[in-house]
Design a protein around this ligand. Structure first.
Ligand SMILES: [Zn+2]
Length: 205
């Protein structure tokens, strides 16, 4: 794995510039995948789609419109801060800044962060966090945005239903796709967990 030259992102509110780590080539050895779509690869930088400005504390998306195109003109890159992974509380704060038009992108960040907390035995998930997650999970299901992503989106929608305890809905969404070549193994693992009324995110085999 090698790192590419970092991208320079610019806060649309105050103009502060920061560096974003970029990957040149990925080694997939040791990659771990979860049923909520999260993928972790050892030594890969965590590229974060939502950025918090360290200067004015506003939030913006990591996208080409917030990227400085000509990095040669930028002085003093050494002193720039790096973008970083956001906490659950920061994602709550970020919602009004980035949600409209990017509902699924924001929610998936929240979801992965929430499941990380659930799986981390050293962290305690508070009732307000749980309530915020469930309210937003129900909101995202009502928006019907998963279908834009084809079968991968349907699998995520089914998985979210399973994690919310809607086991019958999860199975109903997946059963007609059981023989899909690409996703067969993932679908079987999620259906199996739903049949056992297991609502915890799964590390996929
Ligand atoms: Zn700013």
């Amino acid at each position: 794995m090698t790192l590419a030259e970092p991208a320079i992102m610019k806060c649309p509110q105050c103009g502060t510039m920061m560096l974003e780590r970029r990957l040149r080539s990925g080694n997939t050895l040791g990659v771990r995948r979860w049923s909520d779509g999260k993928v972790k690869a050892p030594m890969h930088p965590k590229v974060t789609p939502i950025i918090k400005c360290p200067e004015c504390s506003s939030y913006f998306l990591s996208c080409s419109s917030n990227e400085v195109a000509n990095t040669n003109d930028v002085p003093d890159k050494e002193s720039m801060p790096y973008t970083r992974h956001l906490s659950f509380d920061e994602l709550i704060e970020a919602k009004p800044y980035v949600y409209d038009g990017n509902e699924l992108l924001w929610f998936i960040e929240l979801w992965h962060n929430y499941n990380d907390m659930l799986l981390d035995r050293n962290k305690w998930v508070s009732f307000p966090h749980m309530e915020f997650f469930i309210d937003n999970a129900n909101e995202i299901l009502s928006l019907d945005v998963f279908k834009e992503k084809g079968l991968a989106g349907i699998i995520l929608e089914a998985e979210l239903n399973r994690e919310l305890g809607h086991f019958d809905k999860c199975i109903q969404l997946l059963k007609k796709h059981r023989t899909d070549n690409q996703y067969k193994l993932i679908i079987e693992q999620i259906i199996d967990a739903a049949q056992r009324q297991n609502d915890i995110v799964l590390e996929l085999k």
